[in-house]
Design a protein around this ligand. Structure first.
Ligand SMILES: Nc1ncnc2c1ncn2[C@@H]1O[C@H](COP(=O)(O)OP(=O)(O)OP(=O)(O)O)[C@@H](O)[C@H]1O
Ligand SMILES: [Mg+2]
Length: 252
């Protein structure tokens, strides 16, 4: 349909842990501004895939092409640049407990981007404002709610100007009443055209945000398509079955 080059291309990605193949050849493409939602049963390899995409975990085989350049996983500078291009948000926030919200954001700006402190502080201020936490800059993670911590983590990732954001179950560790504030921030990012891949069990994000759904099972993409293709009326897809089960759980 389109001849545009994808921003990210993953081809035949493989990863084995302790002789257990976890990714068994995963391929897909993501275009600029696209939002892929990654779903599927626990243990299917979603987190491993996200970690391999930004090379927090080094894949054993396959290729990653970013912005038309094949990533050389043996080149430290290339990996370094790739991890800046591809930001990551974790389920458990992964903030530095000994740093304030502001310094959680400025540390990479100062150490990696070499920004002077004043500029880094100003960028942190802007990013915290974007996620509704302008007044929390001085607070430490222990003084923040789960939803606030996740919003600081999002602000921290955005401060690095990533071209793609990977989100691994960003709302799963949150109390139900705090999920909405993080969902709203993610929806705002989507509205601004952020390119994203998000693993989630959050039914309200799957159908409303995804323009493409990947259903991962046993280390492979078992099914993929648009929400209309996979969740349309009368559709008997794995995705539909998975969403029905999520709906049943949330209705209980
Ligand atoms: N560092 C590791 N060492 C050994 N095994 C691992 C490692 N990371 C993941 N695995 C294994 O890989 C499999 C896939 O795990 P992964 O976390 O990618 O699944 P997931 O789809 O994200 O599941 P969930 O929905 O529960 O988050 C699991 O069997 C897990 O035990
Ligand atoms: Mg996971």
């Amino acid at each position: 349909m389109t001849t545009r080059q994808p921003l990210l291309k993953v081809a035949a990605l493989r990863k084995t842990f302790d002789n257990n193949p976890i990714l068994k050849g995963v391929s897909f493409e993501l275009h600029k501004g696209g939002i892929i939602v990654l779903i599927g049963p626990s243990g299917g390899g979603k987190s491993t895939l996200l970690q391999c995409i930004n090379c927090l975990t080094i894949p054993d085989g396959g290729e990653i092409e970013f912005d038309r350049q094949r990533l050389d996983i043996h080149s430290r500078p290339a990996l370094y640049q790739h991890r800046q291009d591809v930001g990551m948000i974790f389920q458990e926030f992964n903030l530095f407990d000994h740093l304030s919200a502001r310094d959680n954001i400025t540390i990479a700006l100062r150490k990696i981007k070499k920004l002077p402190r004043r500029e880094a502080d100003e960028r942190a201020r802007l990013e915290l404002e974007q996620v509704g936490l302008a007044d929390k800059a001085e607070l430490y993670p222990a003084q923040l709610s789960g939803g606030q911590k996740q919003r600081v983590a999002i602000a921290r990732a955005l401060a690095m100007d990533p071209k793609v954001l990977l989100l691994d179950e960003p709302t799963s560790a949150l109390d139900p009443e705090l999920i909405g504030e993080v969902i709203n921030v993610i929806k705002e990012l989507a509205a601004k055209g952020m390119t994203m891949i998000m693993a989630t069990h959050q039914i309200s994000l799957i159908a409303t945000l995804a323009d493409h759904i990947l259903f991962m099972e046993d280390g492979r993409i078992a099914e993929q398509g648009s929400p209309a293709e996979l969740l349309g009326a009368g559709c008997a897809s794995k995705t539909q079955g998975f969403c029905d089960r999520l709906n049943q759980l949330s209705g209980e």
